[in-house]
Design a protein around this ligand. Structure first.
Ligand SMILES: Nc1ncnc2c1ncn2[C@@H]1O[C@H](COP(=O)(O)OP(=O)(O)OP(=O)(O)O)[C@@H](O)[C@H]1O
Ligand SMILES: O=C(O)[C@H](O)CO
Length: 409
């Protein structure tokens, strides 16, 4: 950040690699001192974005920074969700879980929040420094029990957790605080919808809460695409095919339980629209990847490659034969411009990609079995399918886009 010499803005950097460190601790202490020095006539303006938890470490003594970092890293390695992680982080922090707002009292606090968590839960985004915590000490002990960590907690953590039942988590008056979400996946999808419609696409937003294992989500998208390609076909045989695909799609919808996702409604809306227009389906959220290989990639690149493989496999089925009549593109990208430990934001694919790859000697399944989507997209057609945006400086999770257009349309 280039500041003028006389600037009153102080930049304090820390938490490299998204892990709390001494530099971040120093910054958190400086922020806390500033907040505690405010009076009723002051306004504290706070900008909160994803990654904020690591940037604002303020462990409640006697918990040390190292102990707090160890407990959160262990929880993450055991597969704890961001909700579980941040519930523990809040309980062990002077600033998270509304602590910054309490420190600033009686000053007014205006918090502008960029959400990188599905559902935009204010007290979970960056562990909610200006939001009253909705969690109790009991919740913390349930989480630590779930991950078999209760018996190995440092004494300091046990002291703070048992003491916080009467202290830091007690509901406080937050009437001096105003929290507002100014950026979210839903807002990003709405903007994408406007752009797609300006380009002539009939556009639908499916959900801003896509979650679940990447291979299952890929299968759901493939079935949805098949159903859309079948929708204009007529006849008893195709009706049977539609029923079969629809049943498989409903099963996956139930399995994933993505909030707000209703593919039947989406299809009905498409059918009631002007037939023949190209279609754009948008969705957002964060899938999860069970890493079994040693390759390089990210959930967005893996999703794009898995969708391509699902569509390729579908083409050899009767329902999938209708895909030939359409041009289909799928894109998945991280809005922060980074997908996993790669410099790509994501990738795009089509129903022809696997066939084209095989013609050039690439076996997509081999790359996927090694979680090596980045290597595939880098080597295949000189990286033409990679989405390279550079770091965007913000993060409202991932965006998925499906484009379907009748060939010759
Ligand atoms: N080789 C790989 N193939 C597929 N996915 C991978 C691979 N390596 C890491 N990942 C996934 O990438 C995810 C990390 O992505 P990333 O670094 O973009 O962080 P993030 O979850 O988006 O966090 P933040 O919100 O801070 O950006 C992990 O959840 C992991 O599952
Ligand atoms: O910083 C964090 O806690 C995560 O990015 C979720 O907001």
């Amino acid at each position: 950040m280039l500041l003028k010499p006389q600037s009153r803005i102080q930049v304090m950097e820390g938490a490299k690699h998204n892990l709390p460190d001494r530099a971040a601790l120093k910054a958190a202490n400086a922020i806390r001192d500033l907040a505690e020095g405010l009076t009723a006539g002051d306004l504290l303006l706070v900008l909160i974005s994803g990654g904020g938890s690591a940037l604002l470490p303020a462990p409640i003594p006697p918990v040390t920074l190292e102990e707090k970092e160890t407990i959160t890293r262990l929880l993450a390695s055991k597969g704890a969700t961001i909700h579980e992680l941040n519930t523990i982080r809040k309980a062990l922090s002077l600033l998270k879980g509304g602590g910054l707002a309490r420190a600033a009292y009686p000053a007014q606090v205006l918090s502008l929040i960029l959400s990188d968590v599905i559902g935009d839960p204010l007290d979970i985004i960056a562990s909610g420094p200006t939001v009253a915590s909705s969690h109790s000490t009991q919740d913390c002990f349930h989480i630590l029990t779930r991950y078999n960590m209760l018996d190995t907690l440092p004494q300091s953590v046990q002291t703070v957790l048992s003491g916080s039942a009467t202290g830091h988590n007690t509901p406080k008056d937050y009437s001096h605080v105003f929290n507002v979400v100014i950026g979210s996946n839903r807002l990003a999808l709405e903007e994408a919808r406007c752009q797609a419609e300006e380009l002539g696409y009939l556009t639908l937003v499916l959900s801003d809460a896509v979650c679940g294992e990447v291979s299952t989500v890929a299968r759901l998208y493939s079935l949805l695409i098949q159903l859309i390609c079948l929708s204009t076909a007529r006849g008893a045989r195709t009706d049977l095919l539609k029923d079969k695909v629809e049943a498989a799609l409903s099963g996956l919808e139930a399995q994933l339980a993505i909030p707000g996702l209703n593919c039947t409604h989406a299809l009905k809306a498409l059918q009631e629209s002007q037939a023949g227009r190209p279609v754009c389906l948008l969705a957002g959220g964060e899938t999860t990847v069970q890493l079994r290989g040693s390759g390089k990639g990210g959930r967005n690149q893996e999703l794009a490659l898995r969708v391509a493989l699902e569509l390729h496999r579908a083409k050899s089925t009767e329902a999938g034969s209708f895909l030939e009549k359409y041009e289909i593109m799928f894109l998945s990208g991280g809005t922060d411009g980074q997908d996993g430990p790669t410099e790509a934001a994501g990738a795009f694919s089509s129903q022809e990609l696997v066939r084209e790859a095989e013609q050039e000697g690439f076996n997509v399944e081999t790359f996927l079995s090694n979680n090596d989507s980045y290597t595939f997209f880098t080597e295949f057609q000189k990286g033409r399918h990679l989405l390279m945006t550079g770091l965007t400086g913000t993060n409202v999770m991932d965006v998925h886009a499906i484009l379907i257009r009748a060939k010759g349309g």
